[in-house]
Design a protein around this ligand. Structure first.
Ligand code: NAD
Ligand code: DAU
Length: 358
């Protein structure tokens, strides 16, 4: 089996659902269930023998040591992190705690477990660390896209904490020989995305008749990838990635934020027109900029294509349409997130399965 950390979050949740749909191998899912962890995302797996959920912290060494010995995973995919840049600006400590210290403790637990494996299992073992393009810093409009050779220049508390975690992973490979792989991905979007991030926030605010807050001039550029494509890239790297290597993952979809917001508005105009006949774009409201806001990210994903044969399946047009349709069809998931009911639901639905440290 494999161990996934942070598998109740947006990308981890999509990854667990895809894995179980496409593989016979079971998943142990270790997640602390912070505000971003939502077991309702995994409700279709309730009762499945292929999914073992454990509530716990990647930094709780006793728990992680015990889980590793009990389940003997052949691979670990580390999604667990504090992931929201704005939250990192308001309160960086949780980011250092989980992304830096948590990753360090997880690496130490994994190193202990891996060292004790028989030689063949030690050779086959993999630790895949899921990271971000934000570690490379910000690009000017004319700079080439980030390659794996770019230097690390993180600018926010979030990206600095992720950069630190990447360095730890690299060092555990170089020093101890731990068989690691690292992926650095661009902005994801798709189903089960917590509505604090740009795309889901714009969809739910638009439908609620609320303002659509665009930071600064709205001309910051991000490179968007449909979440299922990120999941397929991770599976590919896990299967055939070269040990100790990093792989950039991106969708070749660079777009300014204001264009993303207008695209979401246009899709909603088509799929769920406003009752008053007006356009959703009328709700756009320019607000104060994010502190230290990175101007542009862009990913050069050619190494992953050239060496491992991966390419995204979705275009931005197909992925964003699927995403808006998903939010329209899953109003209950959204309402439960907004009301906080998803956290009560966790207690009720998973009381017997939730164990371990919090
Ligand atoms: P998310 O915030 O939606 O989910 C994070 C999950 O980790 C949550 O379920 C949370 O409960 C869990 N978690 C947090 N702290 C934990 C801890 N100490 N121990 C165990 N579990 C903990 O994040 P996401 O958007 O799904 O991102 C997943 C990973 O992918 C992160 O490492 C992030 O840096 C990286 N990433 C995200 C994006 C993106 O666009 N969302 C892009 C590139 C990379
Ligand atoms: O690049 C990968 C990163 O993408 C991941 O590592 C992060 O975990 C993920 O959160 C995401 O970071 P961003 O800061 O790029 O995503 P966010 O959705 O918060 O913001 C996207 C852009 O939209 C950014 O330029 C800020 C802007 N924005 C965001 C929000 C929430 C707005 O203009 N208005 C908003 O209300």
């Amino acid at each position: 089996m494999i161990l996934v950390t942070g598998g109740a979050g947006f990308i981890g949740g999509n990854f667990v659902l895809d894995w179980i749909a496409n593989s016979d191998e079971a998943v142990v899912n270790l997640d602390k269930l912070t505000y971003a962890g939502n077991l309702e995302t995994l409700s279709s797996l309730s009762g499945s023998a292929k999914h073992v959920f454990v509530r716990g912290d990647i930094g709780a060494s006793d728990l992680v040591d015990k889980l590793l010995l009990e389940h003997k995973p052949r691979a670990i995919i580390n999604f667990a992190a504090e992931s929201h840049v704005d939250r990192s600006i308001h309160g960086p400590e949780d980011f250092v705690q989980t992304n830096v210290l948590g990753t360090f403790r997880l690496l130490e637990s994994v190193r202990g477990y891996w060292s004790g494996l028989p030689a063949d299992q030690r050779a086959a073992f993999r630790f895949l660390h899921v990271s971000t393009d934000e570690v490379y810093g910000s690009l000017s409009p004319t700079d080439p896209a980030f390659t794996e050779e770019n230097t690390y220049e993180p600018n926010s508390p979030y990206s600095a904490s992720k950069a630190a975690s990447d360095h730890l992973v690299r060092a555990w490979h170089h020093t101890y020989g731990l068989p690691v792989l690292t992926t650095n991905c661009s902005n994801n979007y798709g189903p089960f995305h917590f509505p604090e991030k740009l795309i889901p926030l714009m969809i739910v605010n638009a439908l609620a008749g609320k303002p659509l807050p665009v930071y600064g001039d709205g001309m910051q550029v991000r490179d968007w990838l449909y979440v299922k494509d990120h999941c397929s890239a991770i599976r590919r790297v896990l299967d055939v990635g070269k040990l100790g290597e990093t792989y950039n993952v991106g969708g070749w979809n660079e777009k300014p934020n204001i264009e993303i917001v207008k695209t979401v508005c246009a899709l909603l105009d088509e799929l769920k027109p406003r009752a008053d006949g007006k356009r959703y774009a009328e709700q756009i409201s320019y607000v104060a900029d994010r502190l230290g806001h990175d101007r542009r990210y862009a990913i050069d994903a050619r190494k992953l294509e050239r060496e491992l044969g991966w390419k995204p399946a979705e275009t931005f047009d197909s992925g964003i349409r699927k995403t808006v349709e998903w939010y329209l069809a899953n109003g209950e998931w959204v309402r439960n997130v907004q009301s906080g009911a998803y956290r009560e639901w966790v207690q009720k639905q998973y009381a017997s399965e939730v164990k371990g440290a919090t």
